[in-house]
Design a protein around this ligand. Structure first.
Ligand SMILES: Nc1ncnc2c1ncn2[C@@H]1O[C@H](COP(=O)(O)OP(=O)(O)OP(=O)(O)O)[C@@H](O)[C@H]1O
Ligand SMILES: O=C(O)c1ccc[n+]([C@@H]2O[C@H](COP(=O)([O-])O)[C@@H](O)[C@H]2O)c1
Length: 219
């Protein structure tokens, strides 16, 4: 893992934020689908210091990064702890700090369908959708709730047909696609329940710096 990955202007890069607690075949599947369908040059995994909406703290960063590196071996995928380096855990704040470091790079936010279903609960979610294009990847049990979600409705007119996916990274935001990919029924929750992976730091033990800005949601 390198500190801040190198990228040239003009490159297209997918950002996959996640707890990766632990990383699994579903993350690998999503990443490979995104690389191919969106014609991305790279995907960067952003291993989160801790999802602000999850009370339970994750396993230590070093352990999650090591597992992610072991799971995802691909020359065009970088596993990063960029949010820890930037001192952010809210995605809007991460993007506001990260994007200016890479002028001319076309970033796309990647997420599974379950994340779109709850996207309207994220800090400054509408600003995120206006900052960079987004690709939503199908996940078992989440398709309907995603496509009927407040975020999908709010940005209804910015949705592109999936045949336009290869152009998404070069489109101005807001723009998003829903990718109907073969479904993979696996989750970190299920893997933790099976044992063999530490169960994190427990409810509420991770300090959560609050986001700044007028649209910080009530928690
Ligand atoms: N099987 C899967 N299919 C499609 N997307 C997935 C899958 N698993 C995870 N993702 C997506 O990967 C990103 C990171 O997910 P995360 O690390 O939270 O894994 P998870 O399995 O959802 O974890 P947990 O069960 O702890 O909530 C999210 O955008 C999530 O929607
Ligand atoms: O910014 C927010 O308010 C916010 C709320 C919930 C989740 N996120 C981000 O969503 C990504 C997926 O989180 P997770 O825990 O579902 O893997 C990860 O990058 C989180 O930081 C971000």
């Amino acid at each position: 893992m390198q500190g801040f990955p190198i990228a040239r202007a003009g490159m297209t890069i997918g950002l996959l934020g996640g707890s990766f607690d632990p990383a699994h075949a579903g993350h690998v599947h999503l990443t490979r689908q995104a690389l191919n369908r969106l014609r991305l040059d790279q995907v960067w995994w952003l291993v989160s210091p801790g999802n602000p909406l999850k009370l339970r703290g994750p396993a230590p960063m070093a352990q999650r990064v090591a597992r992610a590196q072991a799971m995802m071996r691909h020359p065009r995928v970088q596993i990063t702890d960029l949010e820890a380096r930037l001192g952010t855990r809210y995605t809007a704040q991460t993007l506001v700090r990260l994007l200016p470091l890479y002028p001319g790079v076309r970033f796309v936010w990647l997420m599974g369908a379950d994340n779109l279903a709850s996207f309207h609960r994220w800090d400054r979610w509408e600003s995120i959708a206006r900052l960079l294009p987004m690709a939503v990847i199908a996940r078992p049990g989440a398709g309907l709730s995603a496509l009927r979600s407040p975020a999908a409705r709010r940005f209804r007119t910015a949705r592109l047909p999936s045949v336009a996916a290869a152009r998404l990274a070069r489109m101005p935001a807001p723009a998003w696609v829903y990718l109907n990919v073969p479904l993979m029924r696996i989750s970190s929750t299920e893997l933790r329940a099976r044992g063999g992976w530490p169960s994190g730091s427990g409810s509420g033990t991770i300090p959560h710096p609050q986001p700044s800005g007028p649209s910080a949601p009530a928690r």
